[in-house]
Write a protein that binds this ligand. Structure first.
Ligand code: ADP
Length: 563
């Protein structure tokens, strides 16, 4: 797998990722958000919610008027059933008409007009009221005049065509005990058992006080209570007012509880009470405000959802990119490692073959070749050990064997085995080992490997000033092992990353130097397992100092896997 091909594949999968994210996630979600937004805007523009509420209000008013009408007609029909027949004698008719009134205190006047003329009676209890008496005289006279005229017959015909054969009309009247305008509802009707050819007409006048103080408030209250609240918990209120007011003010004659000041949202002219109209609204809040609040809430919600979606998308992209970066690092690692394995193997093979051919005659040269073969195989072992350790750590199987160890001895031995390589590469080695250190409980092999990795890095990344210092000393309650070089150094931004697996800095020298990116991650794992730490202090262009700190009262626990 060569590097160039690797790069092309990386670019291609990124492209594929963007296409997939775009087609499978971004486009549908963006379309959904767009549709929702435009729908909400249309809602806002067309005042859809408000229109729906108004429609609802309209229906409520219709229902309310219907039940009012039902009650009005029932009262009239009940009284009409007790009306005297026009064929009775005058005193009986009079008595029966009086009885109609005494049975139903909700009527002020009642009359019967027949061939014998107008019989007009008024509720006795109200007879003292000047307004009522005046009304009695005027009404009695005007209706008699009307019905006796030619129009009387025509009116009977009209009545016979009306629902219930009742004609309703309302007129404003004056009453002492009523605040503001009072309304009188007048019902004119024909009697059921009388021939439609005869001009016989009955009349009932609803008491304005009863209408205003009892009947209408009760009806409004009943309607309002029936529809206590909508899904949003808003309570409704209703009122009745004089229709077609000149000043356009809808001042309530009667209102249900909760009708504060304010205009009705929807009005309906009443057929049962001609001249009056009903109005409806929500208690304390206008439909417009409700609609606006709803749209605002929906926009905010949609905004939050969109942000969450975008956040999710960014997160996904970030995660996937990270995974892809790790995948790329892994494949770089494979390519680097295979190269690293190949170099010592090629050297071993070359020197072994040369020896085999027997062309080398001097003992000195032979010795040198053997040494190279040994060193190269040691390098190979080191590399393979690194890889094996790494895979054990990854699988969570890595175990450490802690033993009381003379750490100075361990460091010196490791340096001795590496000294040849150090010197051969032209490095000045400074050893500062404190011989008086107490025994520390460590995994010898692991500490030696950590030191080797750190020294190997110092060698690899010091192209100019070839200097290496290895210092072992005691500080407070711990032992410190310092490996210092005068190499290329590491930027502070990258100092935290170099301990991650596969990570390699962007320095061109690092790029051209073979490496797996595993060494420091192993060192960190080893230091963690010992309850210690690994730190770096470095200046780019000046050099680096890695410090491995091990606690003196060494831990003897088997290492927890740390990736
Ligand atoms: P590698 O096999 O690449 O050396 P390591 O895990 O040992 O992997 O190191 C990770 C990276 O840290 C290296 O690729 C290099 O960029 C940087 N690094 C490590 N040691 C040094 C050092 N002594 N000087 C400069 N850079 C270093």
């Amino acid at each position: 797998m060569d590097f160039k091909r690797q790069k092309v594949r990386g670019g291609f999968s990124r492209y594929r990722l963007i296409i997939t994210l775009g087609l499978a996630v971004f486009l549908p979600a963006a379309a959904l958000i767009y549709i929702n937004f435009s729908q909400l805007r249309a809602f806002e523009r067309d005042k859809y919610l408000e229109a729906t509420i108004r429609q609802d209000f309209m229906e409520l008013l219709a229902i309310s008027e219907k039940s009012m009408g039902k009650k009005v007609y029932a009262q009239i029909e009940q009284a009409r059933d007790s009306f005297p027949s026009p064929d009775y004698d005058q005193p009986i008719k009079e008595q029966q008409l009086e009885e109609v009134l005494s049975r139903s205190p909700s009527f002020t006047h009642a009359f019967l007009f027949d061939e014998e003329g107008m019989m007009f009676r008024t509720q006795r209890s109200q007879g003292t009221d000047m307004d009522v008496r005046k009304e009695h005289e005027e009404m009695s006279e005007s209706y008699e005049t009307w019905f006796s005229s030619k129009e009387g017959k025509g009116f009977v015909e009209t009545l016979n065509k009306k629902p219930h054969r009742i004609h309703l009309k309302a007129m404003p009247v004056h009453r002492m005990g009523v605040d503001g305008p009072a309304y009188m509802l007048i019902a004119l009707f024909v009697l059921p058992d009388v021939s439609p050819k005869r001009v016989v007409i009955g009349g009932l006048f609803f008491d304005p006080c009863y209408l205003k103080n009892n009947f209408l408030p009760e009806m409004l209250e009943a309607s309002v209570n029936e529809k206590t609240s909508d899904q949003g918990g808003n309570r409704i209120a209703m009122m009745i007012f004089v229709a077609d007011q000149m000043d356009g003010q809808e001042k309530p004659i009667v209102a249900s509880t909760g009708w504060d000041e304010g205009k009705p949202e929807v009005v309906r002219k009443m057929e049962v009470l001609p001249g009056l109209a009903m109005g409806i609204k929500y208690q304390g809040v206008s439909v417009k405000a409700l609609g606006e609040a709803w749209v605002r809430r929906s926009f905010v919600l949609l905004g939050i959802l969109s942000l969450m979606f975008l956040g999710g998308l960014v997160l996904t992209k970030h995660m996937v990119s990270k995974e892809m970066a790790v995948a790329k690092l892994k494949s770089d690692f494979v390519s680097n490692v295979s190269h690293e394995l190949r170099t010592p193997l090629a050297l071993i093979r070359l020197y072994a073959e040369t020896l085999e051919l027997g062309r080398i005659t001097t003992q000195e040269k032979k010795h040198e070749y053997y040494k190279i073969i040994r060193k190269e195989s040691e390098r190979l072992t080191g590399l393979i050990n690194n890889i094996l350790d790494f895979s054990r750590i990854e699988a969570g199987h890595k175990e450490y064997e802690f033993r009381e160890t003379d750490i100075a001895d361990l460091v010196r031995n490791t340096l001795d085995s590496y000294r040849y390589q150090i010197e051969q590469q032209g490095f000045t080695l400074k050893e500062e080992i404190d011989e008086s250190l107490p025994a520390v409980c460590v995994d010898r092999e692991a500490i030696a490997r950590a030191l080797l990795n750190l020294m190997n890095n110092a060698l690899k990344y010091s192209p100019n000033e070839k200097f290496l210092r290895v210092k072992l000393y005691r500080e407070n309650g711990s032992v410190k092992l310092e490996i210092e070089d005068h190499g290329i150094g590491i930027t502070s931004r990258e100092q935290t990353k170099i301990f991650e697996k596969f990570y390699r800095t962007g320095d061109p020298l690092v790029h051209n130097t073979k490496g797996s990116g595993l060494g420091l991650s192993l060192v960190r794992h080893i230091s963690d397992a010992h309850g210690g730490s690994i730190d770096v202090d470095s200046t780019p262009g000046k050099g680096s100092r890695f410090t491995l700190t091990l606690p003196l009262n060494g831990k003897t626990r088997p290492a927890a896997a740390h990736n």
